[in-house]
Design a protein around this ligand. Structure first.
Ligand SMILES: CC(C)(COP(=O)(O)OP(=O)(O)OC[C@H]1O[C@@H](n2cnc3c(N)ncnc32)[C@H](O)[C@@H]1OP(=O)(O)O)[C@@H](O)C(=O)NCCC(=O)NCCS
Length: 164
């Protein structure tokens, strides 16, 4: 029997309603925004002339998660590594599909996308997580993300950086 394939699909009119139904567990709710809110943020970010790439994570035809990549999240006062660099803005796997290795596969695909450098050359990808989010911290570290020396940023999240 062929193994099931994890892949990313762009968010469109056709699939967004499935993706906004996905949920993390109650205990994880404060680790990541609801996908509906992420899509609102994507719209606002785009409307201000910025770049953002929201994707559904699929297991064959089944939607199992959501990932959103941004570019140049820098605002005055932010650490310099946020300027003209890529960032994984949102990442979640629905609670029913967690702990099966799909997060790892999807994250690899998100990084593969970043490495196509859709907004131009950059040697950094960064992200941030809540300090008690052990699963996310471990997952990101396994891909080479290193916590930024600047320490906590907005919303008390820890930023971590990957050299592309
Ligand atoms: C973080 C998240 C995306 C991981 O997805 P997943 O499909 O469950 O992850 P996988 O099964 O692929 O596991 C990948 C790695 O994550 C880490 N991990 C996953 N679940 C973990 C847990 N409960 N405790 C500790 N580490 C865990 C491990 O390093 C694991 O690799 P390993 O099995 O080789 O040790 C998922 O837990 C999630 O959606 N969490 C809620 C939202 C969130 O926190 N998003 C990130 C915001 S920064």
């Amino acid at each position: 029997m062929p193994t099931e394939q994890v892949h990313l699909e762009k968010v469109t009119w056709k699939n967004y309603s499935q993706l906004i139904k996905l949920r993390v567990s109650k205990e994880q709710d404060h680790f990541v925004a609801r996908n509906t809110n992420s899509l609102i943020h994507a719209y606002l970010w785009l409307s201000e002339g910025n770049h953002v790439y929201p994707f559904g994570i699929y297991l064959d035809r089944k939607p199992i998660g959501f990932v959103m990549i941004g570019y140049n999240g820098y605002e005055e006062g932010d650490p310099a590594f946020m300027k003209d660099t890529y960032f994984i803005w949102r990442f979640m796997i629905d609670r029913r599909y967690q702990g099966k290795g799909y997060g790892k596969q999807a994250f690899q695909l998100a990084l593969d996308f970043v490495r196509t450098l859709p907004c131009g050359q950059s040697d950094i990808c960064w992200l941030s997580y809540e300090p008690e989010n052990e699963a996310a911290k471990k997952l990101y570290a396994s891909f080479g993300f290193v916590e930024a020396p600047e320490g906590y940023v907005e919303d008390e999240e820890m930023p971590a950086i990957l050299k592309l």
